[in-house]
Design a protein around this ligand. Structure first.
Ligand code: SAH
Length: 365
């Protein structure tokens, strides 16, 4: 039994079944034993591989996107570049390296990372130590130190990790999914009478599962609000553009899907992002919404093909005819496909930008 399973059983015995939202929060974010608090989940030895871990090209293109935006913002001499959920810090390191080529960017940038995992904070500190990053627990922490400065905010695969709730219309009544535990049954889902928070979002359809991600919608809205002094917030994640019923809750361990209620706290639990509701509140508060567009389209329009050609040429020039060079060229080509092909990450992943800064036109949309 995992430590989180023990804690959950105690909680359920004392307080009754826990909502899916509480379950996700505890499994991923419990201060001591939560999935992200205790490990480096990325790469071949971990549970899943994210785009920045596939190739340096991903972070480099985002870095150039930031530099272009900074120029559109009028090259402010002091601005905040923030990443939320930076993982190993790979995206930020690649982005900063690429953006260095733009005169003045590195001198103007101040790095602020929003990261709840002390374990991953240590990794991030090492990866981008030359920029002495500031750390925050949440978006309020960032807001408290912004002091009127413009902001560019990036979040790759953060929203999918924020908790969701699931509802279903059963026996002429909205019910919400909870997690229960019994000695003879182990952990299992139950449906409890409830009411739908967004009444207009879903039509009652017997047994269909309807997902609502209030924490995600709030995060996008709050990030957008920080761009009122200039800048933009960029979100990249797997998800869908139009609200539709469906159960997208998933658990990944060792690169394989597994039951969400197995190995609680030792598998990554996520759900696909509803990009329609994610933009609604920010839009209602006056933010401009760019996209969502597919990751494939976004990266190709930022110059993924050209960047990969340049990398291939520099690799080939450095390692003439060696097996090493052929392997690396092959790796670069397969990374391009992995990031942009519709059958890989190119279609499922979407890119969204929100901003209150009316003077900018972010690249790639
Ligand atoms: N962006 C990285 C990592 C994605 S995994 C990449 O693309 O490789 C999710 C990241 O979000 C991890 O760093 C995790 O610790 C962090 N995280 C999870 N929940 C969070 C929360 N509520 N607030 C801030 N960071 C969170």
């Amino acid at each position: 039994m995992t430590p989180i399973e023990k804690i959950l059983i105690g909680k359920i015995e004392n307080e009754g079944p826990v909502s899916l939202e509480t379950f996700m929060e505890m499994a991923l974010g419990h201060p001591e034993h939560g999935y992200y608090r205790t490990r480096d989940p990325f790469g071949a030895k971990g549970d899943f591989t994210t785009a920045p871990e596939v190739s340096q090209m991903f972070g480099e293109l985002i870095g150039l996107w930031c530099a272009d935006l900074w120029m559109q913002m009028g090259k402010p001499e002091n601005f905040i570049l923030s990443e939320c959920g930076p993982g190993r810090g790979t995206l930020m390191a690649d982005a900063l390296r690429a953006a260095r080529s733009v005169h003045g960017f590195s001198q103007a940038v101040e790095i602020h990372l929003i990261e709840t995992s002390p374990f991953l904070r240590e990794k991030q500190k090492k990866t981008i130590h030359t920029y002495s990053p500031h750390f925050h627990e949440n978006i309020e922490g960032l807001r408290n130190v912004q002091r009127g400065r413009p902001l560019i905010l990036i979040a790759n695969e953060l929203l999918d990790a924020l908790p969701i709730r699931q509802f279903s219309w059963r026996d002429r009544q909205w019910k919400e999914r909870f997690v229960n535990y019994k000695i003879d049954m182990g952990f299992h889902f139950i449906w409890k009478n409830s009411s739908l928070p967004h009444t207009s979002l879903f039509e009652p359809e017997e047994n269909a599962i309807c997902e609502i991600g209030l924490a995600r919608d709030a995060f996008v809205r709050d990030a957008a609000a920080l761009t009122k002094n200039g800048g933009a917030a960029l979100f990249i994640d797997y998800g869908y553009m139009k609200t539709a019923p469906g159960d997208t809750l998933q658990a990944l361990k060792d690169h394989k899907f597994e039951d969400v209620l197995d190995n609680i706290g030792e598998a990554d639990i996520t759900a696909h992002v509803n990009f329609e509701t994610c933009t609604r509140e920010a839009g209602e508060q006056g933010a401009e919404v760019f996209g969502p567009v597919t990751q494939g389209r976004f990266l190709l329009s930022l110059g993924l093909a050209q960047r990969s050609e340049a990398l291939i040429q520099s690799v080939s020039a450095g390692m003439k005819d060696s097996i090493g060079a052929q392997n690396t060229v092959q790796e670069i080509k397969s990374a391009v496909l992995r990031l942009s092909s519709p059958s890989e990450m190119g279609q499922l992943f979407k890119v969204l930008c929100v901003s209150h800064d009316k003077s900018i036109r972010p690249a790639g949309f």
